[in-house]
Design a protein around this ligand. Structure first.
Ligand SMILES: NC(=O)C1=CN([C@@H]2O[C@H](COP(=O)(O)OP(=O)(O)OC[C@H]3O[C@@H](n4cnc5c(N)ncnc54)[C@H](O)[C@@H]3O)[C@@H](O)[C@H]2O)C=CC1
Ligand SMILES: O=C(O)[C@@H]1CCC=N1
Length: 267
């Protein structure tokens, strides 16, 4: 049960805060079971009113937790692992790193080889329990994996993947939300140019994107199958879509994904 799991989020920044917000909405989540840390935790102090333990002592947070989530930037992971290592018992804590591009092998250069370590890649929709989180782990027992999945399923849903796909998962799921948001911004800009005020254009675009996503999720079809239902022959949709392709829409998306991917691979 989520209510029995003690969690530490070490380095609670943008992603960490989204996870906290998602967890706090769970009826069976006990805020007093959650430690969040940051070097200067002032802007997290509001979480104390909700029962969360907010401070900057990574060692204490790690000591009391079952699941220790590392929300720091990739270049801080090794130093944090060295700092909390004295508090870690391989039979107790499970480490979960959110850091982009830091492999399990790299973490084991600091950690006891018996430690259970996961990499997890959620996105900021954790805030409203709509994240997809790709996870992979090493040394996990059935119960430790169960706990990790329970955590990430509570803020959306999780998919277990091979570690070799973790960088691809980062691009498609974690960066992916930014790509979709940029697409939405462009659509809103177009909407304003054809007559709507920004607020109304946003409302229409938000619901249109939500409807498209739900349609794919619920009907489990390929997008093009649904597109075929919209494109009236000689109509206005197909001319717009074809113009977008002439301007490089799909190519730009694929190229962007590749360049983002190459950036992680080059680290
Ligand atoms: N922002 C996102 O949407 C996603 C981020 N990630 C990964 O998650 C990690 C965090 O990303 P963000 O939340 O965007 O970064 P962020 O910079 O907002 O958060 C990192 C936090 O760690 C804190 N920190 C730094 N050193 C610390 C220390 N010694 N002790 C305690 N706290 C310390 C910082 O004060 C900051 O609040 C990164 O490794 C990133 O690659 C992964 C998926 C999505
Ligand atoms: O931009 C980044 O590097 C991180 C990884 C995924 C989302 N933000």
């Amino acid at each position: 049960m989520l209510k029995d799991i003690k969690i530490a989020i070490i380095g609670c920044g943008n992603l960490g805060t989204s996870i906290v917000n998602g967890l706090l909405e769970q009826a069976d989540f006990q805020p007093q079971n959650l430690h969040v840390t940051k070097r200067n935790p002032e802007n997290l102090l509001y979480l104390q009113d909700k029962g969360v333990r907010v401070h900057s002592d990574n060692l204490i947070a790690a000591q009391e937790a079952d699941l220790v989530i590392l929300g720091v930037k990739p270049y801080n992971v090794s130093a944090i692992l060295r700092e909390i290592k004295p508090a870690l018992d391989p039979n107790k804590q499970v480490i979960i790193s959110l850091a982009t591009g830091i492999t399990l092998d790299e973490m084991y250069t600091v950690l006891d080889p018996q430690t259970t370590v996961f990499r997890a890649m959620p996105n900021i929709a954790a805030d409203i329990q709509e994240s997809v989180t790709c996870i992979c782990g090493r040394n996990q027992s059935e119960s430790s994996e169960e706990k990790v999945k329970q955590l990430f399923n509570s803020i959306g849903f999780s998919i277990t993947i091979d570690e070799g796909l973790m960088e691809a998962a980062t691009i498609l799921g974690a960066c992916g939300i930014a790509y979709v948001l940029r697409f939405m911004r462009a659509m809103i800009q177009g909407g304003i140019q054809i007559g709507f005020d920004a607020k109304t254009a946003s409302k229409i675009v938000n619901q249109t994107v939500k409807g498209a996503a739900e349609l794919m999720i619920q009907k489990q079809i390929h997008p093009e199958e649904a597109i075929d239902k919209v494109t009236t022959p000689k109509g206005c949709t197909i001319v717009g879509l074809n113009e977008m392709e002439h301007q490089g829409f799909s190519a730009a998306m694929v190229r962007g994904i590749l360049v983002s991917f190459e950036k992680i691979e080059k680290k």
